[in-house]
Design a binder for this molecule. Structure first.
Ligand code: NAD
Length: 509
């Protein structure tokens, strides 16, 4: 499938911002956006200044009073229309996303559909926002709790899911009655702008959803501005920690989702063919640029490890790498030349550290795409926990095999790792699986499911240094994150009875 140029977005344009229901051009600082399959610069993206971000915050603040008072059922109607528009225009958005990110079209469509599922969840907002009511909490006294929106909230998102991760945030934030400023990744900024335009087309009032492109200057403005009540962040752990510390210090509610090193445990009794197929997709899909990608497979016993490595080598020989717009390809390029150099550097490092590079993708050349940022699949065997390739997030098509003697030893490795985003176990033993799921110190667990990304009506989040904050993304936690609880106690004296001053603490005793 060929990438179709989307409206108003082409190679000659500098992508600006979307503020108060309109595209806003910006002739200031900009950065190039590349097509990673060809290495060509396809457009520029503006780096919003402090003043530009402040104008987006002002638009969001001005839109808040009316939006907060719009009945939830009417807010849901916008979401229903939005879902339909997204489905009708999926190809346009997904092609652009695949072009700028590099992921194959079907994978891009998959992330887009997972984003739409959050919009579907947001369509149920009247039900989700229902409060709690107690009649006669005291004599003639009723008491209820309600979820009130926070005001202006911000989202800061990574390059690897340019549509889905913003959609983890803004549909629920908006449906809850907030207004929103999104700062997407500068590496693939076109899809988020398209998402904004279709929200307006769906009937969202101007200023409720705004997009400002930019870098640290834009992010710091969002973190410092007193009008911003809450910040949702997804990205690398170093930046997540910075966002959490800075935003919290400035009095904001913050959830900051960070990096990962997701382990799969392959037990000796596992269906090895199924496990290897699952590992292949989960480690190399999207070129390993997923926060839930499996980057370590802990095989229990040498026999299991030998079988897994042998079959993985066969699968990887058949894996087709190339331009994401060719449906016969399984894996596209890495997102930028800098990221390519970083991932390749990790493969060199693994060799220096003494791991066995049993599949080496470093010399891959994709014919006709010699300037693309391609790296073939890489597989290391005999990786140990003292190696940097084990400890650090590589975020590329590199899978490390670690050999362990028992489930307990594998679990200890996982628990000792600084990240705790996702994990999974392949086994036929229900008791081992149950023990694993119950005790492992990781936020999202799969049992014979390699990418246990929760569906839209559950919430997404990791443990340890994969999440800073208490509440997860989307699902029920998003109502908690994007609203503030208020409890109201009221009395309407009946029959004109006037009470005397009471000096004891009121109770029903
Ligand atoms: P990143 O941290 O480099 O960037 C994320 C966002 O932060 C971008 O919008 C970027 O412009 C901004 N940013 C970058 N440097 C900044 C700075 N110094 N100050 C302020 N803002 C800054 O992440 P990335 O490379 O775009 O994305 C990949 C990372 O995201 C990986 O670590 C991956 O694991 C993680 N990720 C995590 C999840 C999750 O749910 N836990 C999901 C997707 C991606």
């Amino acid at each position: 499938m060929n990438a179709t140029p989307a409206k108003n977005i082409n190679a000659k344009n500098t992508i600006g911002h979307y503020i108060n229901g309109a595209d806003v051009a910006d002739a200031g600082r900009s950065m190039p956006v590349t097509n990673p399959a060809t290495g060509a610069v396809v457009r520029q993206v503006a780096m919003g200044s402090r003043a530009t971000v402040e104008s987006a915050i002002a638009a969001a603040e001005a839109a808040f009073p009316a939006w907060r008072n719009t009945p939830p059922a009417k807010r849901a109607q916008v979401m229903f229309r939005y879902k339909q528009l997204l489905e009708e225009n999926a190809e346009e958005i997904v092609s652009l996303l695949s072009e700028e990110h590099g992921k194959v079209y079907d994978d891009a469509l998959g992330e887009f559909n997972r984003g739409i599922e959050v919009v579907e969840y947001a369509c149920g907002i009247p039900e989700l926002l229902k409060g709690e009511f107690s009649k006669n909490a005291g004599p003639n006294i009723d008491s209820w709790s309600e979820h009130q929106p926070l005001g202006v909230v911000a989202g800061i998102t990574p390059f690897n899911f340019p549509a889905m991760v913003p959609m983890w945030m803004f549909p629920m934030a908006i449906a809850c009655g907030n207004t929103f400023v999104l700062k997407p990744s500068e590496k693939d900024p076109s899809a988020p702008l398209m998402l904004a335009r279709y929200l307006s087309e769906a009937g969202l009032p101007d200023g409720v959803f705004n997009v400002v492109n930019g870098d640290k200057e834009a992010v710091d403005t969002l973190l410092e501005d007193k009008r911003v009540q809450a910040v949702s962040f997804v990205g690398s752990t170093a930046i997540a920690e910075y966002i959490y510390a800075t935003g919290s210090r400035n009095g904001k509610r913050v959830q900051a989702l960070g990096g990962a090193k997701n382990h799969a445990v392959v037990m000796p009794d596992a269906d090895i063919d199924n496990a290897v197929n699952a590992l292949t997709g989960a480690a190399y899909g999207s070129c390993g640029e997923r926060c839930m990608a499996i980057s370590v497979a802990v095989c229990i016993g040498d026999e299991t490890a030998d079988a897994v490595v042998g079959k993985l080598k066969e699968r990887l020989a058949d894996l087709k790498v190339g331009n994401g717009n060719d449906p016969s390809n399984h894996m596209g390029p890495l997102v930028t030349s800098e990221h390519h150099a970083k991932v390749r550097g990790y493969v060199d490092l693994g060799v220096e550290e003494g791991a066995d590079l049993v599949v080496d993708g470093r010399d891959l050349v994709v014919e006709g795409h010699e300037n693309g940022f391609f790296l073939g699949p890489c597989l290391f065997d005999n990786v140990t926990s003292d190696m940097r390739i084990y400890q650090e997030e590589i975020f590329g098509p590199v899978l490390c095999i670690v050999r362990a003697d028992s489930e307990e030893q594998a679990m200890q490795l996982i628990d000792d790792h600084e990240y705790g985003n996702g994990t999974c176990i392949f086994t036929r033993d229900g008791e081992a699986a149950r023990y694993f799921a119950d005790n492992i110190k990781v936020g999202m667990v799969g049992i014979n499911v390699p990418l246990p990304v929760p569906v839209a009506y559950h919430s997404f989040g990791g443990w340890k240094r994969s999440l800073f904050g208490d509440l997860y993304a989307y699902g029920p936690d998003s109502v908690r994150f994007y609203t503030r609880r208020k409890t109201i106690t009221q009395r309407w004296p009946a029959g004109g009875v006037r009470e005397k001053a009471q000096f004891s603490f009121p109770s029903n005793a």
